[in-house]
Write a protein that binds this ligand. Sequence first.
Ligand SMILES: Cc1cc2nc3c(=O)[nH]c(=O)nc-3n(C[C@H](O)[C@H](O)[C@H](O)COP(=O)(O)OP(=O)(O)OC[C@H]3O[C@@H](n4cnc5c(N)ncnc54)[C@H](O)[C@@H]3O)c2cc1C
Length: 443
Amino acid sequence: MSFQTHYKYLIIGAGIHGLSTAFHLAKELRLKKQGSGKDILVIDKSAIGAGASGIACGIIRNNYYQPAMQELIAHSVSRWEEDAEGYGYLPVGYMQISPESMHEDVAEIYGRQKDISYESEFIEGEKDCLRYMRDKVFDDWQAENITSILHEKRGGYAQNARSLYRLADKAEAERARIVTGVEVTGFLDNGYLKGVETTRGNIQCDCVIIGAGPWVENFWKMLDLPERIDIKDGDGKVHKDIRMWTFWCLQEGTLGVKPAYGMDNRGKMPPVIHVDTDAPLHSSEDGSLITDEMWGIYYKPDFNFRGIQGGSMPSKVEKKEVKVDPYGIDSPDFVVGVEFTHMWTSALAHCQKRYEDKYLRYKDEPSGGLGAFSPDSFPIFDFVKENCYLIADSSHGYKMIGVGDLVAKEIMGEEQTLLKPFRFDRYEKGELLPESNSPFPWS
Ligand SMILES: Cc1cc2nc3c(=O)[nH]c(=O)nc-3n(C[C@H](O)[C@H](O)[C@H](O)COP(=O)(O)OP(=O)(O)OC[C@H]3O[C@@H](n4cnc5c(N)ncnc54)[C@H](O)[C@@H]3O)c2cc1C
């Protein structure tokens, strides 16, 4: 075996969370003179970025209705800003463009952004919204039923592979070890986790940190945690026997025009655009009605994806048993199909005239992937056993580069206020995060 059989800290998963935790934990150990990166082993069954972090379209935004999410994301955005160049982070900003049914929620989000000094602008009223979009962003803007715009001046998007390899380099520079091609198959447990069983033998450790993204349910089962739980809502009502992990298919794709085609009125990279609306959506191909219910899309010109890249609302996977592997674009079941293409290209045309005849330029290549969601669709960051910490971000996570920093501190014994609202016992205690009126399960 090319690595030791005992490490103080074992991190499972080389995605955004595993790598960020490895880097920050190594730094903390060195600064506090309690060890070094040499005490840390990161293992992954496949490769760096083989999971959701490697296929995420990389959007970094803070239009969350939940105050705890807003504060946590603001922390992460600061981490992106610390090394924007290294992570391939483009701070172009983000626009939440909404219909009247979301106006009040978004106004609240704006108010709280002001409270935490997260820079943004709020535009209200149909005429002012149209004027703002046409004057300041796209002169061919034409989306209907828009009565508010939250323009976040921070955030934007980052290149997934670049940011992951940058984090891996930083962790290795702190002397942490990253080994790929090692799959965890079980835990060595005698009431207290002693380590893990892997396809390359047992590894003993004092503390395990799991950042397994869509594979979280496998670990949940290996740890004998409950597959179904009771949840108390805000009114004190207990909902019995709720499935712990469910899966949604995150639908994304790319329009194969040059990214320059999507630039703003100044010829520069625009903010990431997110539109939710209740305006009827018609096909840009034949004018037929696609939906007259609430719908939403997001998009950005992206040189990495070589086109206009974005997505729409995810679709729930109704199967009882969900096979996560093969993952991402290798999955025959969880990549987007023609329905998504039709909806998303028509929605682009609904928003901007320049896309009205561009549906044939959609890149017909596998895209999208599976995400695991907790019962309230928000993260769980917690010790699920005395010496086993779980980072389960419920598919919000690429943007959360700063969570690893906070988790490292918790591992070192310093409880973090920003992580407290995300403990597993919130379901039992009825301390759920508030729900918004967005058509997306994660806003
Ligand atoms: C299509 C798509 C688009 C997304 N877009 C965005 C976005 O724009 N912005 C955003 O903030 N979030 C986005 N997300 C969500 C985000 O990608 C995830 O929340 C985040 O990447 C999860 O990071 P992670 O490190 O926990 O897991 P992952 O990146 O999934 O990493 C988990 C790793 O664990 C490894 N692993 C699994 N099982 C084992 C095992 N038994 N033994 C060893 N290793 C194992 C896997 O190989 C994998 O590399 C998107 C998700 C998807 C699917």
